[in-house]
Design a protein around this ligand. Structure first.
Ligand code: PRX
Length: 647
């Protein structure tokens, strides 16, 4: 640790090396000023690097809070990710290098991927899927997931990927909200040596999803998972692909046609379907992959995120493929079969760019430096971080032990809603500070505002975006009011509220401080406190619950649930376990509470609102904030005593 302390104590900043700078896609700091002067012209520059079927007539139409980008343009995302590479020498370049957790490996060239996407697009058409139809994808991290996404994009169907760690109920709700007509799933996937039986879970969901007409099931290799195929509804992927035609013309899509829906947690009990459209989203992913990750043709790029999250959509699939990159994909856990699996993968494929989450970095730190030290990682030249604020200790550890003091680190701030990276260093330009996401990407207008909407030039406040950007969300599926309410009503309808707190330092550097709303970030996964609360009160023995986050060494935050039980029910450890399992069953294992604290009563205002802020203070062991609005102040005192006894 002393090495880390030394780097931190000096309040050090880190400069890109002259060598890195000389070869980087962007090394001229003047791009910031030029983009700020005319953001639309700046974005238009990237649009010229994409392939269009028909050109756009206007870059931006902004009727706050509704934006249209590249108005009138026509293009196809899958053609941009595949066809234009297949026409060049990249035809035989590796698109995906995939490794399954048990150790099985596959490489798909751009031509392989192109062909499979065309075939699956034809399969989808054969099953009656047309432009605008929604297709749900519930899959392990296998190339077929990317194939299915790109096949949807090819024919203009809208995909809705549901992370394979979500429960049957979560899948059901997402399918029903989007009214998906078809589901693509797999027999199962591997995680830490175990099998997640996706088809079995999907079957449970499918009992209550009337909109689904067909289910396509991918056989995930040599698994021995029993699968029940329902006659007339369920079909095997490999059987449908066998003999499917090799050519499928890409559907000309309007710039603003929907590309996908991705559900994410908000401040209510119901996840929201974030809508992304075609041109602006692709452009944002393309531009940031090129400039932030500095991806070039000889790179081997690995983003360790699951495709079930937005990071996987933008930086495993669309951004890198639009750039013609070689992408590593790994199905399983970082500590399987031992704690150097990631470093082994980096060594095996000669990974040059590696993008992961702070929660993973903190776990690596805890496992010790011997694991990375025994692998050859000399090919690495750039590292990235995403998902939550990275603590400076983890940043410096990453720099020393993975980057070996040679690789710039890009700490990238963005959200499901923003579609692509918005606050980030540019690795050939930016001097970095451990823990700071540094500067808005060129063309992005970010500000720190106080509650009244006044700009905070130095100091803390709420992070806002004051101009539209191409990859911004276009809405919440089926809920236009919530879109306006949630994001564009805090100050005025042309200012986007991120839900994050941020601080600006004297150099104008951004330091992200975490969510200021009822959204928690647990191990880089976004979880709504209300969702967990609804799952808890759904249990017959629970009367009321309030969920808060408390700091956790590895996960960033842990879920701490205060629960009051119904009359006649006794508190017990067994009941606590039962409640944890209940939440995992309702939402997914990622939402399983770490602590259940039984309370006689919850602290409420006189109007009956639960004061989560006080519960947070209790969970964090802090001095209590303002308690004057409490209906019954003795409730907190009792809770606090009890919490300290149990902790
Ligand atoms: O709080 C911020 C945090 O993750 C939230 C977005 O979560 P999600 O939509 O699931 O997307 C995660 C991957 C883009 C943000 O509101 N967050 C994400 N990246 C960072 C971050 N916080 C600080 N620094 C980051 N680099």
């Amino acid at each position: 640790m002393s090495e880390i302390d030394a780097l931190l104590r000096e309040d050090r900043t880190f400069e890109p090396s002259a060598d890195f700078r000389a070869k980087a896609h962007v090394s001229d700091p003047g791009v910031y000023a030029r983009a700020a002067e005319n953001p639309e012209a700046f974005w238009e520059g990237f649009a010229h690097e994409l392939e269009w079927i028909e050109p756009w007539s206007r870059v931006l139409e902004w009727n706050p809070p509704h934006a249209k980008w590249f108005v009138g343009g026509k293009l196809n995302v899958s053609a941009n990710c595949l066809d234009r590479h297949v026409r060049t020498w990249r035809r035989n370049k590796a698109a995906f290098i995939w490794e399954g957790e048990p150790g099985d490996r596959r490489t798909l060239t751009y031509f392989d991927l192109y062909r499979q996407v065309c075939q699956f697009a034809n399969v989808l058409k054969g099953l009656g899927i047309r432009k605008g139809d929604r297709v749900a994808l519930y899959m392990p991290l296998v190339p077929e997931l990317a194939v299915a996404m790109l096949a949807c994009a090819r024919i203009g169907a809208v995909h809705s990927v549901v992370f394979g760690g979500f429960s049957a109920e979560s899948l059901r709700d997402r399918i029903n909200d989007a009214q998906a007509r078809l589901l693509v799933t797999a027999d199962g996937g591997y995680r830490r040596g175990g099998i997640i039986p996706l088809k079995q879970m999907a079957d449970e969901a499918l009992a209550e999803t009337p909109s689904i007409e067909h289910v396509v099931v991918v056989r995930r290799g040599y698994s021995d998972i029993p699968v029940h195929m329902k006659e007339g509804r369920d079909r095997w992927y490999h059987e449908l692909m066998d003999g499917a035609p090799f050519e499928c013309a890409p559907e000309p899509m309007d710039s603003e046609d929907m590309l996908y829906i991705l559900y994410t947690s908000g401040t209510t009990g119901k996840p929201k379907g974030i809508v992304h459209t075609t041109a602006g989203y692709l452009l944002g992913c393309y531009a940031t992959t090129k400039w932030v990750f500095d991806v070039k043709d000889d790179d081997v790029y690995w983003c360790s995120a699951d495709i079930g999250w937005v990071t996987g959509h933008s930086y495993v699939v669309y951004g890198p493929l639009a750039n013609g990159a070689t992408v590593v994909m790994y199905e399983g856990a970082p500590d399987w079969p031992q704690k150097d699996r990631f470093w082994e993968i980096i060594e095996r494929y000669g990974v040059t760019i590696f993008y992961t989450a702070p929660t993973a970095i903190r776990a690596f730190m805890r496992w010790g430096t011997d694991w990375p030290a025994r692998r050859d990682m000399s090919t690495l030249r750039l590292l990235g971080s995403v998902g939550e604020p990275i603590n400076p200790e983890a940043w410096v550890w990453y720099h020393l032990h993975i980057g070996r003091e040679r690789c710039p680190i890009v700490d990238t701030w963005w959200q499901t809603e923003t579609g692509s990276i918005l606050i980030t260093p540019l690795p050939g330009i930016t001097r970095t500070k451990p823990g700071s996401a540094t500067q808005p990407f060129p063309g992005i207008s970010a500000k720190v505002l106080n509650h009244a909407g006044e700009e905070v030039p130095v100091g803390g406040g709420l992070l806002a975006l004051t101009k539209p950007w191409p990859s911004m969300l276009r809405g919440i599926y089926g809920d236009p009011d919530r879109y306006v309410q949630q994001y564009w009503s805090r100050w005025s309808k042309d200012i986007y509220f991120t839900g994050d707190g941020a601080k600006l330092d004297d150099d104008g550097y951004y330091w992200l401080l975490g969510r200021v709303d009822d959204v928690l970030n647990v191990a880089g996964h976004r979880i709504g406190t209300m969702e967990v609360e609804s799952a808890l009160v759904d249990h017959p023995k629970v009367a009321e619950s309030a969920v808060v986050g408390r700091p956790h060494q590895i996960k960033g935050h842990a879920l701490c649930a205060f629960v009051t039980v119904k009359e006649g029910v006794y508190h017990s450890e067994a009941l606590a376990d039962e409640l944890k399992s209940h939440v995992a069953h309702k939402i997914g294992a990622i939402a399983r509470p770490d602590d259940i604290i039984f309370a006689a009563d919850l602290p409420k205002t006189r109007s009956g609102k639960i004061m989560r802020r006080l519960l947070r203070d209790i969970a964090e062991g802090k001095t209590l904030g303002d308690t004057t609005t409490l209906a019954d102040p003795s409730v907190v005192a009792r809770l606090r005593e009890q919490y300290q006894e149990e902790a």
